[in-house]
Design a protein around this ligand. Sequence first.
Ligand code: KIV
Length: 266
Amino acid sequence: MQTLIKPLSINDLTEMKRCGEKITCLTAYDASFSAVLDKAGIDILLVGDSLGMVVQGHSTTLPVSINDMVYHTRCVSHARQRAFIIGDLPFMSYPSPKAAAKNAAKLMQLGGAQMVKLEGSRIDCVSFLVGQGIPVCGHLGLLPQSINQLGRYAVQGKNQADAEKISADAYALQQAGATLLVLECVPAALAKQISAQLSIPVIGIGAGVDCDGQVLVLYDMLNIGTAKRPRFSKNFMVDVNTIEDAVVAYHQAVKRGQFPTPEHSF
Ligand code: KIV
């Protein structure tokens, strides 16, 4: 008889933060990798719109549609047993709170997401979604959907004014009801301060070791693809022979606070 494993809930992730247990997260886009990551014990599978770059071959995340996201979220959710599933709301799928709710409902009802993630300080959308019973993950720091405004993928929050704005936005997202936050490419000291200030778990990518958890783009840490790996990522295939072992090595390194090192931080 097959034993049924209960999927993690947002309460489990909040409890991990409270107990000081680091949260592991990787992006996933299909059923096969979903099963591998789930078996390795990864806590969160993020169906990121980074799939536009690593799966679809675009140079940005902008061309990804809500239908693409529903399709890949469904592939991932079908194959997991334990991991918590977050689906990204893609570019221009939340121009208004109502549009955000319509598209978030698709990710949850058709894709099986337990939470949706959106970029930037969109307090209007976050409070509306939360009011409809939709769990929300914020995303601050480097915002890939705003690449044409930013001009380049660069570390954010380096000067005091920018750091204070990110810090204030993080608090405002929590106050609006977001229950998780991704911080991308910010100085480690700023991420440390925000993680300590908030009661919700903060998951870092290029944000130093003091966040409550870590996320990487799966293909970067498996060294798949032709694009240059970002400085904050690491090739976990380098010391092992299988994908399964690389994922376990990442999971253990994050749980033990051994990744990221200063070499992978700003
Ligand atoms: O789309 C994505 O993969 C993400 C991570 C980089 C956090 O949002």
